[in-house]
Design a protein around this ligand. Structure first.
Ligand code: NAD
Ligand code: SER
Length: 310
């Protein structure tokens, strides 16, 4: 990347943003990566390079920051996740859609050259084939979050086709990490379980024991994110969003892996409204199109994830 090409990460205090900023700074230099959020990020993000307080819904403030730092690439991560979105559907729709539009418009005006925006396995719904869900299949999401992600995918493709905006996207599965707490998703159980295992050697899970979902370790997700952004534009043939896959497991299987390393660990189950969201999502994902187009492949399996987390 040329020296003057600066990157803006919006949502930099979140679960993904925290690790993305650190890895981008590692690869491209601290001053090249501007972190932005409405809340204060952790110490490493705050002190490791430039930080700006920004509400992504404030178009003027966004433009000011983009011009001030001569930003050429934007990673737009600010959103309400599935569980939080169900508590406040209209605001979730506003934040998830307007946040994306504000960035896509910067692409349309040719102020920024390249945009990353994440979609989710939540674009799929109860009518989607659950096993090895293909890249192109039925997408009838039943959550407000899924509806906003599906609409976002269509808008990304539209801005690419109509205005030649270089926007790139992947459908993250549930992400597992330990540098920052997850922000209100249905798959967050697979992070909470480790904190509770360490603190109390037990965990009460809000999903059922046999609720299998596609999951991924954060290092894989960060590699996929920077991988799709750094590959040649002509390799990115899908401009809505790519399926990517890591591992699939259910709470019982994860608990067993933890028990292998911590025999005193126990799990109980008290499913709540999040179970219904999880049930509408795939159990496993076919990511062969991402593999063929830009060489995506995950590295972490369930035991390496558990090792890293514990
Ligand atoms: P998160 O909730 O941990 O982080 C989101 C960040 O956005 C937070 O730091 C929050 O303060 C910030 N934010 C919220 N409103 C803002 C606003 N108005 N202006 C600026 N910043 C604002 O979420 P995450 O897990 O890091 O997810 C990031 C993106 O990835 C989201 O679009 C999410 O839908 C997507 N995604 C995440 C997962 C996952 O498992 N974590 C899976 C699929 C997709
Ligand atoms: N992990 C996310 C969630 O549960 C999926 O997009 O909301």
């Amino acid at each position: 990347m040329a020296n003057q090409e600066r990157i803006l990460v919006v949502g930099a205090a979140g679960q993904i943003g925290t690790e993305l900023v650190l890895e981008l700074r590692n690869r491209f230099g601290n001053d090249s990566v501007i972190a932005a959020d409405i809340k204060t990020p952790n110490y490493d993000v705050m002190e490791g390079g430039p930080f700006e307080f920004l509400d992504i819904l404030d178009k003027n403030a966004l433009l000011k920051i983009v011009r001030k730092h001569n930003i050429k690439q934007v990673y737009q991560l600010a959103a309400l996740l599935s569980a939080t979105a169900e508590q406040n559907p209209m605001f979730a729709w506003k934040l998830n859609m307007e946040g994306l539009f504000n960035i896509l418009e910067l692409g349309k005006e040719k102020i920024v050259d390249k945009i990353f925006w994440p979609s989710s396995i939540a674009v799929f719904g109860p009518t989607t084939p659950r096993e090895n869900t293909p890249q192109i299949t039925i997408t009838e999401p039943s959550s407000v979050y899924g509806v906003s992600k599906l609409a976002g995918e269509r808008w990304c493709e539209y801005y690419f086709n109509k205005f030649n905006v270089d926007v790139r996207s992947i459908r993250y599965p549930g992400l597992i990490s330990h540098k920052s707490q997850p922000g209100g998703g249905t798959t967050d159980y697979a992070v909470h379980i480790f904190y509770e295992a360490k603190r109390h050697q037990k965990y009460e899970c809000f999903l059922k024991a046999d609720c299998t979902l596609p999951m991924m370790y954060m290092d894989d997700a960060i590699n996929a994110t920077i991988g799709i952004m750094e590959c040649d534009s002509n390799k990115v043939k899908t401009r809505s969003s790519y399926n990517i896959s890591g591992v699939s497991f259910n709470p019982e299987e994860l608990a067993l892996e933890i028990k292998n390393q911590m025999p005193e660990f126990t799990i109980t189950y008290a499913p709540d409204y999040r179970q219904q969201l999880a049930e509408s999502w795939p159990a496993s994902i076919d990511d062969s199109v991402a593999n063929k187009d830009w060489g995506w492949k995950h590295q972490y399996d369930i035991s390496t994830i558990v090792n890293e987390m514990l």
